[in-house]
Design a protein around this ligand. Structure first.
Ligand code: SAM
Length: 250
């Protein structure tokens, strides 16, 4: 029996009904290029393998790699390593990414995939419920912030269902949720680094106005967006406008 490693964010799914529901949300087709991040002991891997021609998985824990290898499945392609460094272009494109993500590094994984969104059809992930809620939050909400804007600028994002701690072993301290993410057909973000910089600065002091937060970047004369508002009142599109207006000055 594998002993769960905290440093790798290991909480293994044990609830078959939840596993079935996730596989139903993914609804894999035989020829889909599926990539599972963090297959662990195979809770989702095994049912997925029954439905697709090939399943690629990326796992960091060597003990789990050995366990997955012992499954002896011809259609399972195991990559050993860090999902944060995994090069998606070595796989046939476009890719559908799935996984019960290690919660300690879920945001960095999302940003790595965001950089690679041109290779991705969609993504179905288990994340901490609180993180899913922040990703899908609408403007005006207290939890609408940097993560909401960065993800919604590039993906359609939907909370699918909530999963209680008892569905895992060991049980995490928090509730979890399934999120579905689909790249938008196009984005008006022209320069990713600038967009990130503007979004980060805008939310750095949530209670202050944008005029204050962005004083090193933009003045009211340089943009049509009303800078007397606070960042949480702006739609995702407004941040794109701000970033593009900033870029015009440089
Ligand atoms: N999919 C399994 C399940 O649902 O039972 C395991 C999920 S567990 C929350 C997260 C998995 O991601 C673990 O197997 C862990 O070893 C793996 N993992 C952690 N960090 C990783 C990384 N940087 N790259 C790839 N896999 C990682």
């Amino acid at each position: 029996m594998h002993k769960a490693r905290k440093r790798f964010g290991q909480n293994f799914l044990t609830d078959n009904r939840v596993i079935e529901r996730i596989v139903a949300v993914i609804a894999p087709k035989f020829n889909d290029n599926l990539l599972e991040i963090g297959p662990g002991q195979g809770a989702m891997t095994l049912p997925l393998l029954e439905q697709v021609k090939t399943l690629n998985v990326i796992e960091i824990d060597r003990d789990l790699i050995a366990l997955l290898t012992d499954f002896n499945k011809d259609n399972l392609v195991i990559h050993e390593g860090d999902a944060l460094k995994f090069d998606l272009s070595i796989l046939p494109n476009p890719i559908r990414v799935v996984g019960n993500l290690p919660y300690n590094i879920s945001s960095p994984i999302l940003f790595h995939l965001l950089e690679n969104r041109d290779k991705i059809v969609d993504m179905t992930f288990m994340l901490q419920k609180e993180v899913v809620e922040r990703i899908v939050a609408d403007k005006g909400s207290k939890i609408y912030g940097r993560l909401s804007v960065m993800i919604q600028a590039f993906f359609e994002a939907e909370l699918i269902f909530i999963v209680p701690p008892e569905s895992f072993n060991p049980a995490p301290k928090v509730e979890s949720a399934i999120i579905y993410l689909k790249p938008l057909p196009k984005t008006e973000v022209k320069n990713m680094a600038i967009f990130e910089k503007i979004v980060k600065a805008s939310f750095a002091q949530r209670r202050k106005t944008l005029r204050n937060c962005l004083k090193l970047h933009l003045s009211q004369e340089q943009t049509a967006i009303d800078l007397s508002q606070r960042a949480e009142m702006l739609a995702v599109q407004d941040f794109i406008t701000l970033a593009n207006d900033y870029e015009k000055q440089h």
